[in-house]
Ligand binder design. Structure first.
Ligand code: SME
Length: 146
């Protein structure tokens, strides 16, 4: 399967899995495991907006930092700019927050509801230059179902 086919399959299953009757944490937890099965990157998880911070939510992978301030790191930048951040080499990103020394590239997608960011989806890869516009397009679609 190519990347597009992998994402189409992932999204089909995600749409069936997301339950609008339960809270975000439950759906994010299932989505992390579903993503991990289809796109097994080093770290896949959500940070949720709580007042002026992003606070660690459901994830798969090694332990991570628990709090990220608005505008800080790749995650805080995605929140501040309301836009997906694709980082080919995290070591070149000014202000990158290194939760794991094994991470070399990263994509962060803001989760937006009623025009406001309520969470970000963060995916780290141990390879350089892992993510592109195809990842951005499908991951943006995926979080839109939350
Ligand atoms: N690298 C992120 C921090 C979160 S960890 O990668 C899980 C950042 O710079 O915002």
């Amino acid at each position: 399967m190519n990347k597009t086919e992998i994402y189409q399959n992932l999204i089909k299953q995600a749409k069936a899995l997301i339950d609008k009757q339960v809270d975000d944490v439950a759906n994010m937890a299932n989505l992390c495991t579903l993503m991990y099965e289809h796109i097994p990157h080093h770290w896949i998880g959500f940070y949720r907006v709580q007042e002026q911070y992003l606070v660690l939510g459901p994830y798969r992978g090694p332990v991570a930092c628990t709090r990220i301030a608005y505008g800080k790191g790749v995650c805080g930048t995605a929140w501040q700019e309301l836009s997906t951040q694709i980082v080919a080499d995290v070591h070149q990103f000014d202000g990158h927050i290194a939760c794991s020394s094994a991470s070399n590239s990263e994509i962060v997608i803001p989760c937006i509801r009623n025009g406001e960011v309520f969470a970000v989806l963060d995916i780290d890869s141990d390879a350089f230059d892992t993510f592109d516009e195809t990842d951005a397009r499908y991951l943006e679609e995926l979080v839109s179902y939350l």
